[in-house]
Design a protein around this ligand. Structure first.
Ligand code: NAI
Ligand code: 15L
Length: 277
């Protein structure tokens, strides 16, 4: 355990999914909060800078994951399939991969995992509902189902082995909201950094589930668990509302984009079996 000048408690952080959209945004930000930032992906990444280690590690490769976790105090797990795909694509990365990560973390003595889950774990709740992190999951896709598996895995590894996790049910993390749904689901890049710093700084988290969302005026999520772990969002989608509503003046309330929290994800698929395309 390490108390850095930033108040964070972990010396070596691992960021998976470092070649991805959020991974590339988070890498320079998170580098400031640890002595060593290890970054991994199956895709090529920028070469290592000062205090960085770059490792190619497919999540489905058990031996590679065991080696990847050596000496790691805490993980920001952002790697994996990030949208709806056939189950055969989701399975190795998000289900086998999550198991490999947790088992490697347990065996290597990692203390905490921050799991990038998704609002698509609860995508079939209506946009008129306000839900807490404790509702029964209603996944909208195989992708959302795989994240629900990851959340259960996190609970199991805490109850059975004491390995702590903060599960982040991330809404829509991008520079600015671009449609009506994102007026409720948006989280800014700066609030994502605040959220990660909060959950890495909190002394005790057990397994906490937090919605990754900014302080938007319209919201579907009661984020009291976020407040409990010290998350204080400072951004809001409100400054973009007029422009977004002008661009999308009307949206048919029967369309999934307007009806369900998961938006367009709820009508993706089904996919043909492999070989029957
Ligand atoms: P992304 O698709 O841009 O990045 C994911 C990264 O994971 C990619 O670089 C990819 O190469 C890597 N990856 C995929 N399969 C892998 C495997 N088998 N082994 C090793 N690496 C693998 O996704 P993005 O947008 O950066 O999201 C990051 C995480 O946050 C994902 O887990 C996603 O589900 C979650 N999330 C993102 C949201 C967003 O608004 N961007 C919203 C909700 C959740
Ligand atoms: C997600 O889980 C996806 O990873 C991201 O690409 C967005 O689609 C986001 O949800 C969303 O719901 O906007």
């Amino acid at each position: 355990m390490h108390e850095s000048s930033t108040g964070l408690r972990f010396k070596r952080l691992l960021l998976t999914g470092a070649a991805g959209t959020l991974g590339r945004m988070l890498r320079p930000r998170m580098r400031r909060y640890c002595e060593t930032l290890r970054v991994s992906d199956l895709a090529a990444m920028e070469p290592a800078g000062d205090g960085e280690e770059v490792v190619i590690a497919p999540l489905e490769d058990e031996a590679a994951m065991f080696a990847l976790l050596e000496g790691v105090d805490a993980v920001l797990h952002f790697g994996g399939v990030s949208v709806e795909k056939p189950f055969s694509t989701v399975l190795p990365a998000n289900i086998v991969g999550a198991y490999n990560l947790y088992e490697a973390a347990r065996r290597q003595g990692t203390q905490r995992i921050v799991f990038a889950s998704s609002n698509h774990v609860t995508g079939f709740y209506g946009q008129g509902e306000t839900i807490s992190a404790h509702v029964v999951p209603r996944p909208d896709t195989f992708y959302g189902l795989s994240k629900a598996f990851g959340e259960n895995l996190a609970q199991f590894y805490f109850d059975r082995h004491g390995l702590e996790t903060v599960t982040l049910r991330i809404g829509s993390c991008l520079p600015e909201p671009v449609n009506r749904r994102q007026l409720s689901s948006w989280i800014s890049h700066d609030d994502m950094e605040r959220l990660l710093v909060a959950v890495l700084s909190a002394p005790v988290v057990g397994h906490s589930i937090v919605y990754g969302v900014s302080d938007n005026r319209s919201t579907w999520w009661d984020n009291s668990q976020g407040r409990q772990v010290g998350y204080r969002p400072q951004d809001s989608s409100e400054p973009w509302r007029a422009a977004v509503e002008a661009k999308q003046p009307h949206i048919d309330p029967a369309r999934p984009e307007a009806r369900y929290q998961g938006g367009a994800f709820v009508v993706l698929g089904p996919f043909p079996f492999a070989g029957q395309e």
